[in-house]
Design a protein. Structure first.
Length: 273
């Protein structure tokens, strides 16, 4: 290998190593942020679990309580909740570190698009989780506890309950991302608003199928997930149409500016001749 080839290989290797170092630093910031939030929440782990169990406890029969089947569950499960809550709270920092890492490689118009999408997706995920806790949980637990057969005492295991509600949090948080997915599909040119509008009946059916798989086997929770998915799809369709209209206006303006530039050049050449 000649000296020039060696220098070129070293120049290519140096940016790659610097990217790895930057990725490591940003991952460490994410880890430190999550750990810091977890350390703040850990002393209140039992109170957090009591708050999370509130929608179920309000519908439990009198003189009944939740149970812990495994020996270490009373100690470990609240801390598991505190750790998941730390990740949940740290999500804006996590997304910012992701954004800051990929931003240098994006074009200006991509930066203008992706940053608002990250902010909106975070708010929508939080909104989906809040909708699950304040709207869906009371209805679901009221139905499930009332549906218990005669002679059966409802005594839910704390570990099973945590897994259950985390699944619903994730399902509703992900479902509320439908507008973002719709806008991204249009933005990348994979589809058009007109094509999505034509597929509306299939989207409605798919929403109920997703609700069937991601929620407990009761009609209430399935419907409470399917209807928001459909409405959020409609909102994403509306915003994608506005985005396409705005992009076409910008393209037309850019075309007019380009034509004016060419006309000015032609006039200048004619004057010179």
């Amino acid at each position: 290998m000649s000296g020039d080839d060696h220098d070129a290989a070293g120049a290519e290797e140096q940016p790659f190593i610097s990217h790895l170092i930057e990725l490591r630093n940003r991952l460490l910031r994410v880890v430190f942020t999550v750990l810091a939030v977890f350390l703040v929440l850990a002393p209140f782990a039992n109170e957090l679990y009591a708050y999370l169990a509130g929608p179920l406890m309000r519908h439990m029969p009198e003189n009944s309580s939740m149970i812990a089947i495994e020996v270490a569950s009373p100690f470990l499960i609240p801390f598991k909740l505190a750790f998941v809550a730390a990740i949940f709270i740290s999500m804006p920092v996590i997304l910012y570190q992701f954004w800051a890492f990929i931003a240098p490689g994006l074009y200006r118009h991509e930066k203008r698009m992706i940053l608002p999408l990250l902010v909106a997706s975070t708010l929508l995920f939080y909104g989906g989780a809040a909708f699950a806790y304040f709207v869906v949980f009371p209805l679901v637990f009221a139905f499930l506890t009332a549906a218990a057969p005669a002679g059966v005492t409802v005594m839910t295991d704390i570990s099973k309950y945590l897994d259950f509600v985390l699944t619903l949090f994730f399902a509703f948080g992900a479902a509320f991302e439908v507008p973002i997915v719709t806008i991204v599909l249009v933005w990348t040119g994979i589809t058009t608003p007109q094509s999505l509008a034509e597929k509306r009946p299939y989207v409605i059916v798919a929403a109920f199928v997703i609700g069937m798989f991601l929620t407990p086997p009761d009609a209430i929770s399935q419907t409470m997930l399917a209807i928001p998915i459909w409405l959020l799809f409609e909102s994403g369709l509306l915003f994608s149409r506005l985005f396409v209209r705005r992009r076409s206006q910008h393209s037309a303006a850019d075309g007019e500016d380009m034509q004016a530039h060419f006309d000015a050049i032609e006039k200048f050449e004619d004057k010179e001749n």
